[in-house]
Design a protein around this ligand. Structure first.
Ligand code: MN
Length: 138
């Protein structure tokens, strides 16, 4: 897998609602980002929990899509820390897990996620959850 410097991902790429996509799998990033940009969303990207927290603070996204399984700080810990900080605590978060394991949903919601999707994620389903949370929270 090619590691691209984070700086290439830091700037929003569209004028719509801004989404932070925290995902370490490059193929998923490309698939989700292409689709969501096409649907009019702006995107900022992170590849681990530490980056997700830093970018959430720096860019104040309207919503966060958080992969749980990432190297370094995982998504659950990142969600907990985002919820614990006043400047990021309110941000809607959709958690993504690679395998639908018993208890995954409960762990994600307990950490502070608003919703949860098991991979493989259908793009229309992801879009529907994003739209639902943006309507509710903004
Ligand atoms: Mn992952």
């Amino acid at each position: 897998m090619t590691e691209l410097p984070s700086s290439e991902f830091d700037e929003p790429t569209s004028e719509g609602p801004l989404l932070l996509l925290a995902e370490d799998n490059e193929l998923n990033v490309e698939t989700f980002a292409d689709y969501l940009e096409f649907m009019g969303y702006g995107l900022v990207l992170a590849k681990n929990g530490e980056e997700a927290i830093a970018i959430a603070k720096a860019h104040k996204p309207d919503l966060i899509v958080m992969d749980i399984h990432m190297p370094g700080m995982d998504g659950l810990e990142a969600i907990r820390q985002i919820r614990a900080e006043r400047q990021t605590a309110h941000m809607p978060i959709i958690a993504l897990t690679a395998l639908a394991m018993p208890g995954d949903r409960e762990r994600c919601l307990a950490a502070g996620a608003n919703n949860y999707l098991a991979k493989p994620v259908r793009l229309k389903e992801l879009l529907g959850v994003i739209q639902q949370l943006l309507r509710v929270d903004f």
